[in-house]
Design a protein around this ligand. Structure first.
Ligand SMILES: [Zn+2]
Length: 321
């Protein structure tokens, strides 16, 4: 049997040791190269687009040479990592740690690994997730697409004594924080997710992100019946089999399994308003699972440095104390 990809030497092309051994200046140069790919890492003023800049070597910054601009900037200016206080080498190491976690990494663990505040790690990870989401923004799925949904979160603690316990299956005994992650996954293609209150709400999402020419595979849940009107649809009854007559949603299930393990095993608790970010992260991990960790780190950094300042995450802790 072929060796599992993650066990091969090929899967490990970047180590934390090499990031720290190369140091701050090398990390800074990596940021420059990834930010300004068209100019081979030579700075481009984010204000006026001028290609000439003074190097302020001591502060690892640039100053635009264009008279009337003289804007001072760094490779993270205007990106999702703008106003970063973390050293470049630590930020690069943090990204490496995040992409090394095939089920993600909790903010607390990351904070311990790179010795920063939990708040810093929490926001950094969410900024990365927002940038990851941009990779598939506006994408349409074609060919064969599997759809499915799963309930996540909304834990209600059971009472201690048996006679005090309530039936947690009933709506009135739930926390109201339970959400459904609905997923549409193209075979040999991308994974797109959304978060809704019921799986039936996911029908509109599937209609929006899947091309009419696609063949959609779904399970026996009755709300998916509505898909037959728009798509060639194959159904699989999971109480009978997981794959029958060519119909299966195993790849969609595989994503949901990764998401469940991410939430239960890493984060333990996720709030409903951020659930879509974790779903995006799991989808990104799923879609790039065969890439080595150097490629993943480069990809994640590239997405972050191509992404503008985040409206949701800039100053998050100033607004949410
Ligand atoms: Zn300028």
């Amino acid at each position: 049997m072929a060796q599992h990809f993650l066990l091969t030497a090929k899967a490990r092309s970047l180590s934390l040791r090499s990031i720290f051994a190369a140091g701050e200046e090398a990390a800074f140069k990596t940021f420059c190269t990834v930010r300004w790919q068209e100019t081979d890492g030579e700075p481009v003023c984010p204000k006026c687009g001028c290609l000439d800049a003074y190097k302020i070597t001591t502060r690892r910054k640039f100053k635009c040479k264009n008279a009337g601009c003289y804007h001072q900037f760094s490779p993270t200016s205007g990106t999702i990592f703008a106003s970063r206080k973390m050293a470049y080498v630590d930020l690069l190491a943090a990204i490496c740690i995040v992409v090394n976690g095939v089920k993600g990494v909790s903010a607390l663990q990351l904070a311990r690994d790179i010795d920063c505040q939990h708040k810093t790690a929490f926001v950094m990870c969410h900024k990365l997730r927002e940038a990851m989401a941009a990779e598939i923004a506006g994408a349409t799925l074609e060919g064969t697409v599997e759809v499915d949904g799963a309930y996540v979160g909304g834990y209600v603690k059971p009472a201690n004594h048996k006679h005090n316990r309530v039936d947690r299956r009933l709506a009135q005994n739930q926390s109201g924080k339970r959400r459904v992650v609905v997923i549409a996954r193209q075979r040999k293609g991308r994974t797109i997710t959304t978060v809704t209150k019921t799986e039936a709400d996911g029908v509109a999402f599937v209609k929006a992100v899947v091309a009419a020419s696609a063949t959609v595979h779904a399970d026996e849940a009755s709300h998916w019946d509505a898909l037959h009107a728009k798509f060639r649809t194959m159904r699989i009854n999971h109480s009978e089999a997981y794959s029958k007559n060519g119909a299966c949603t195993n790849q969609a299930e595989s994503f949901l399994s990764r998401l469940r393990k991410m939430v239960e095993g890493q984060h333990h608790h996720v709030s409903p308003q951020h659930l879509h970010q974790y779903a995006t992260h799991a989808a990104w991990c799923e879609d790039h699972r065969r890439e080595d960790n150097g490629q993943l780190c480069h990809r994640a950094l590239g997405l972050a440095l191509a992404h503008p300042v985040s409206r949701a995450w800039k100053g998050y802790w100033q607004r949410n104390n």
